[in-house]
Design a protein around this ligand. Structure first.
Ligand SMILES: [Fe+2]
Length: 315
């Protein structure tokens, strides 16, 4: 496989993990991202791993979309002309070439960045309309966004209060809430803004809240997710703080990833999960639209009986 990165500078190495790093990659040329390949992935991926959404123009409203048995090419047509965002998860399981790509990406990063050792890596793909967007949210694991086709603008905000309230992280880590965060327009004064072109990849500080607007063209991006031992410790810290706050009615302030208080939280988290006290409430997608390439937005609302049927079929 050809190299993913031509070079990673010492500046990027120094910034990695704590600040935003933009790197050039060589993935754009690959046959893996042709229309035919994309249509094939849409059709062959496990339905649990495809999440299609549509969204309002300005306000933070969005809904899940049923593929409704449409062939991959028709889904792409709806994306091209409509306002649709497709999130394909774990595509390394769809085609071994994506597994090889994921290994190559992290192999090069781990070979260059000192002390960067990852596990539980995942590769996702985003296929989205020229006007599609994703509202303000954060993600739990380490992550990067790789632009392949089209252009995207991304706003990245500091991973601290008030942009990222501790209670929100704790609830998401404990699966009590989705990753959406409340947003204020003035937050933008504190954002880093990047226009991502094909051939560019962005990695930012852990849990950094972000939002995305496509700029022009049919957009194809990859997302990578990974864990490191430090990310796992951060997860345990938030989980432990969440238990202390909700169950013990304390107001934990420490975000330390070491020391007796931290390890007490790790023990608390393990005991809590073992006791079955964690909610274990998997999030169920409610489908309220279906793909329709002939509709102006590429989707039409489902009526009530169609919604019930889609829920039965699980999308
Ligand atoms: Fe995200």
């Amino acid at each position: 496989m050809p190299r993913v990165f031509d070079k990673i500078d010492s500046k990027d190495i120094a910034l990695w993990g704590n600040h935003t790093v933009k790197l050039q990659h060589n993935l754009g040329e690959s046959e893996l991202f042709s229309d035919e390949s994309l249509a094939n992935i849409v059709e062959s991926i496990d339905p649990k791993h495809i999440d299609i959404t549509t969204m309002g123009e300005d306000v933070s409203t969005w809904g899940h979309v049923d593929r409704a048995g449409q062939p991959g090419a028709s889904v792409l047509e709806a994306v091209r002309g409509g306002r649709v965002w497709i999130n394909l998860q774990a595509i390394e399981q769809v085609d071994p070439r994506f597994k090889d790509l994921l290994d190559q990406m992290y192999g090069e990063l781990e070979g260059t960045l000192p002390d960067f050792k990852t596990f539980k890596r995942k590769l996702g793909m985003l296929i989205s309309s020229p006007t599609a967007r994703v509202f303000y949210h954060f993600d739990v694991p380490g992550q990067a966004l790789w632009q392949i086709r089209g252009r995207k603008r991304i706003w990245i905000y500091p991973p601290t209060e008030p942009f990222l309230p501790s209670t929100e992280v704790e609830n998401v880590v404990r699966s009590l809430a989705m990753e959406d965060l409340s947003y204020e327009p003035w937050y933008d004064d504190y954002a880093e803004v990047y226009d991502l072109e094909p051939g560019q990849m962005l990695h930012w500080a852990l849990n950094g809240p972000h939002r995305v607007s496509n700029l022009d063209g049919f957009s194809v991006s990859l997302t990578t997710e990974h864990w490191t031992s430090e990310i796992r410790r951060s997860y345990a810290m938030h989980y432990g703080n969440g238990i202390l706050r909700n169950a013990a009615h304390l107001n934990p302030k420490s975000r330390s990833l070491d020391g007796p208080m931290f390890w007490a939280k790790v023990g608390l988290t393990a005991a809590w999960r073992k006791s079955g006290m964690d909610a274990k409430q998997g999030y169920q997608r409610k489908l309220t639209y279906k793909i329709d390439p002939s509709a102006p937005l590429g989707v039409v609302p489902l009526d009530e009986s169609e919604q019930k049927q889609a829920a039965r079929l699980g999308g």
